[in-house]
Design a protein around this ligand. Structure first.
Ligand code: MG
Length: 366
């Protein structure tokens, strides 16, 4: 199975409601789609969201990295030389993790198709379905309470609540959400780097003292501040999950060595795809650190690849793959089935993506 062509396109999928965090606000998913074509006619699909505020990867950067580096290195290569081909994606350009993730997943898609196995089985095959949380954007306490109520009505029993835009308001926001959601709903929070270490400890302990029962806090401090993260982990009552601090397997190992966080968030767009995500998961198994799998604001092709990994690995105990259910429509044909909180992995070979609804994909010429 030889690679003959790599095609790029763009899709635009409107969100149900604007997505707001301490870092950004957006109202649609605008992703780059990758098609890796082969001489057998098989096509591998990948996707990358431009998340400049987090990964530094803009639309132009994703397209440029694939066009000028990755595609040139892969042309004519045999998918069956799988390890070599995957390593080429990682080594032909530095950083650019979203572009790498998009091509990496397309290659896994092809490899699964080549051997007629779904990717989740290739990776481990732990389970066939998972349960995701849903994100509550950061807004006024009243709006967040309303969104929380709505999510519980849709059947979600775990909310990921964004905080940190105005730290003075965060305890109030959480009180409103807890009251609206009821006591049995799991609440995890994501500060997206917004707090100072001591401020984080103060806010988190205040939340627990008020009986808010926070499951864990995601990335309370700046991404590079590993010492600050460790300080929060040691001093707050609330477990800490490292997200923006962990891009690479090396970051994950360092965080775990330092005991700077209790949990690790794996995202394909941060680590460059399944190839490196597997290394993070393996390291986490060794350290006994449970992982969450998360996504950016992404449509179904790339979230589907994360679903395959989540269904493969038992060390991934928390699922934050709500990208597709935040979207107003789903132009992707095939892949996992997203039925609100329940996600069921596809049994089709590879990633199970059959294509994109006609008229929804705009090809980019290069
Ligand atoms: Mg996060």
């Amino acid at each position: 199975m030889k690679i003959t062509e790599i095609r790029l396109g763009k899709i635009s999928v409107p969100l149900r409601v604007p997505f707001k965090t301490a870092l950004r606000s957006v109202d649609s998913v605008e992703d780059v789609i990758v098609e890796v074509h082969t001489d057998t006619g098989a096509i591998g699909y990948g996707e990358a969201p431009p998340t400049g505020a987090i990964t530094g990867d803009t639309t132009g950067a994703i397209i440029g990295a694939i066009k000028d580096h990755i595609a040139k290195s892969l042309m004519g290569r045999d998918v069956d030389d799988f390890e070599d081909v995957l390593q080429t994606v990682q080594s032909c350009v530095v950083k650019n993790t979203s572009a790498k993730a998009a091509v990496d997943m397309a290659l896994w898609d092809l490899y699964g198709q080549l051997y007629h196995v779904p990717v989740y089985k290739l990776l481990g095959g732990a389970r066939k379905s998972i349960v995701t949380d849903i994100t509550i954007s950061v807004n006024s306490p009243e709006e967040m309470a309303r969104d929380a109520k709505d999510a519980v009505r849709r059947g979600y029993d775990c909310l990921k609540v964004k905080v940190g835009v105005n730290p003075a308001l965060d305890v109030e926001r959480l009180l409103a959400v807890r009251q609206a959601a009821g006591k049995d709903v799991c609440i995890r929070i994501d500060a997206n780097q917004a707090w100072q270490p001591k401020e984080a400890v103060r806010i988190l302990n205040q939340m627990q003292e008020q009986g808010l029962q926070i499951e864990f806090v995601e990335q309370p401090v700046r991404a590079h501040d590993f010492e600050g993260l460790k300080y929060v982990t040691q001093h707050s009552y609330v477990p800490v999950l490292a997200d923006e601090s962990v891009f690479s397997p090396e970051d994950a190992v360092k965080i775990m060595e330092m005991r700077a966080a209790d949990l690790i968030n794996i995202k394909l767009m941060k680590c460059g795809g399944l190839y490196n995500a597997l290394k993070i998961a393996a390291a986490a198994e060794i350290y006994g650190v449970e992982c969450m799998i998360g996504c950016m604001l992404e449509a179904k092709i790339s979230v589907n690849a994360a679903v395959e990994l989540a269904c493969a690995k038992k060390i991934i105990t928390r699922i934050d793959l709500d990208g597709p259910v935040l979207c107003k429509e789903d132009p992707i044909i095939g892949g996992a089935v997203f039925d609100e909180k329940i996600i069921t992995v596809s049994e089709a070979p590879g990633l199970g993506i059959q294509g994109i609804e006609s008229g929804k994909l705009t090809y980019i010429d290069f």
